[in-house]
Ligand binder design. Structure first.
Ligand SMILES: *[C@@H]1O[C@H](CO)[C@@H](O)[C@H](O)[C@H]1NC(C)=O
Ligand SMILES: *[C@@H]1O[C@H](CO)[C@@H](O)[C@H](O)[C@H]1NC(C)=O
Ligand SMILES: *[C@@H]1O[C@H](CO)[C@@H](O)[C@H](O)[C@H]1NC(C)=O
Ligand SMILES: *[C@@H]1O[C@H](CO)[C@@H](O)[C@H](O)[C@H]1NC(C)=O
Ligand SMILES: *[C@@H]1O[C@H](CO)[C@@H](O)[C@H](O)[C@H]1NC(C)=O
Ligand SMILES: *[C@@H]1O[C@H](CO)[C@@H](O)[C@H](O)[C@H]1NC(C)=O
Ligand SMILES: *[C@@H]1O[C@H](CO)[C@@H](O)[C@H](O)[C@H]1NC(C)=O
Ligand SMILES: *[C@@H]1O[C@H](CO)[C@@H](O)[C@H](O)[C@H]1NC(C)=O
Length: 377
């Protein structure tokens, strides 16, 4: 069984590679996904002790058969949607931790890619550990990818593995949890914002370099959203005597961090030969949704969200006082909401965001090229 799937893998990849090199036909490599809960498709389900899990109702209520898969969404998430727009897949590749449970099919599956993303994780190794007990930090996700790289080299030989890895796409969404975790410390002036941003940027640089050294070349980087505008932060603003507006200090951090990552990527791509990248400005994308809030239901073809402050699933102020659970309040028209729970977007918001990343013109939402251009690069 293992022998035959190895052989099939060898054929598929060899044919793909030869076709690519001799005819120039556009062959996709695999899709490898890293980061946090925006992209997690069930990694954390593998940890009984993790508290960052979404494998219970109402999560997944709009997923096929209303299954709670571990996606932090009512339906599909950004990993699925980008996999669709960039690679033509119906869904994200499965979690790496699910694939390794089936050694017989592992090598066959892995040529489509794998999803390493883990809800609650961050750029720093320790982010999420205390709050969620078990998450897979980005450095460990990259170690897992190194294992995959080793497996491929063993089966295909180093040269072919290298070609395949170099053709593949790498999507990363990370950083939000590092900021949320440091929020109190920042507010108490125990952490200096510019130091935190310098540290996160330097750490991010190490992660990217590690991926490059393993052979990755095509990077789709998803920036951090306006952190201060998620329902949880509006609730925090309200608790501190505000009127429930966005927490400006968090939004400012998000913007400064985005600029820092933009500079990092310019340096990274100029130093390392063959790097191509897209950087999604999630801050601008989500702010655009919030600023262009639709006042009322004015027809099925009108773009825009009516509810930009309150989560669809939860309870209390902005539905952010309790987590989304089976007993929680649930909004009726999920497509009218930006936020599904206190932190995460609805499928509808993730879809609009992914469409923007994939196809936007100009430099407002994605630089220096959109994700569909990256896929073809
Ligand atoms: C992949 O490599 C790891 C580490 O070398 C090994 O333990 C594992 O069995 C390999 N998996 C497959 C499917 O070959
Ligand atoms: C794989 O090949 C590349 C160059 O083609 C080389 O830099 C790298 O060291 C090789 N890796 C292994 C494990 O042999
Ligand atoms: C915060 O810390 C900085 C540097 O340590 C200091 O200059 C500043 O006065 C502090 N601000 C407050 C409000 O304590
Ligand atoms: C970032 O800060 C952490 C914790 O203070 C430290 O362990 C790490 O070395 C720093 N990383 C970089 C790249 O500066
Ligand atoms: C809420 O407070 C912010 C400043 O904290 C202010 O700019 C905004 O206009 C207020 N919004 C409303 C609806 O009162
Ligand atoms: C990128 O390189 C420039 C010029 O060397 C440097 O000033 C800047 O700090 C670097 N940016 C990052 C994020 O490392
Ligand atoms: C939601 O909150 C209200 C009042 O705060 C409470 O009466 C109700 O039981 C809560 N519902 C759930 C599902 O937690
Ligand atoms: C994506 O970017 C490319 C290159 O910048 C541009 O030509 C194209 O119009 C953009 N939009 C789409 C839908 O590809």
């Amino acid at each position: 069984m293992k022998g035959s799937s190895t052989l099939v893998l060898l054929c598929v990849v060899t044919v793909a590679t030869i076709t690519k090199t001799t005819t120039g036909i556009d062959i996709h490599g695999g899709l490898f996904i890293f980061g946090d809960s925006l992209l997690d498709v069930g990694t954390n389900n593998h940890f009984d002790d993790s508290t960052a899990r979404a494998d219970h109702p109402h999560y997944g209520i709009d997923y096929p058969d209303s299954v709670s898969t571990g996606r932090f969404s009512n339906g599909l998430n950004s990993a699925d949607l980008l996999a669709s727009y960039m690679n033509g897949y119906d869904f994200s590749p499965p979690p790496f931790l699910t694939l390794v449970q089936n050694p017989d099919t592992f090598l066959l599956q892995i040529i489509r890619g794998a999803n390493f993303a883990s809800g609650g994780s961050g750029i720093l190794r320790d982010t999420g550990r205390e709050k969620f007990i078990r998450v897979v930090p980005l450095c460990e996700q990259i170690q897992q990818f190194a294992t995959v790289r080793g497996n491929m080299s063993q089966v295909l030989g180093n040269g072919t593995a290298e070609l395949f890895i170099g053709m593949s796409h790498y999507i990363i969404s990370v950083g939000s949890n590092d900021f949320f975790e440091k929020q109190n410390s920042l507010f108490r002036n125990e952490t200096q914002p510019q130091q935190l941003i310098a540290n996160l940027t330097a750490s991010y640089a190490i992660h990217l370099q590690n991926l490059y050294d393993l052979g990755a070349r095509k990077f789709g980087i998803i920036g951090v959203p306006p952190l201060g505008c998620c329902p949880m932060e509006r609730y925090i603003n309200y608790q501190m005597g505000g009127n429930g507006s966005c927490v400006e200090a968090m939004n400012e951090l998000a913007q400064v961090f985005h600029a820092s990552i933009e500079s990092l990527l310019q340096n990274f791509s100029s130093i390392n030969q063959g790097v191509v990248y897209s950087l999604g400005n999630t801050y601008n994308i989500i702010m655009d949704f919030i600023d262009n809030r639709r006042a009322s239901e004015s027809g099925p073809n009108v773009l825009g969200f009516q509810v930009v402050e309150t989560a669809c699933c939860g309870n209390g102020t902005f539905n952010a006082e309790t987590r989304c659970e089976s007993g929680s309040k649930l909004c009726r028209n999920r497509n009218h909401y930006i936020f599904w729970d206190e932190f995460h977007p609805t499928e509808a918001a993730a879809r609009h965001a992914a469409l923007t990343l994939a196809y936007a013109d100009g430099q407002e939402f994605v630089t220096p090229m959109n994700f569909s251009s990256l896929a073809k690069a």
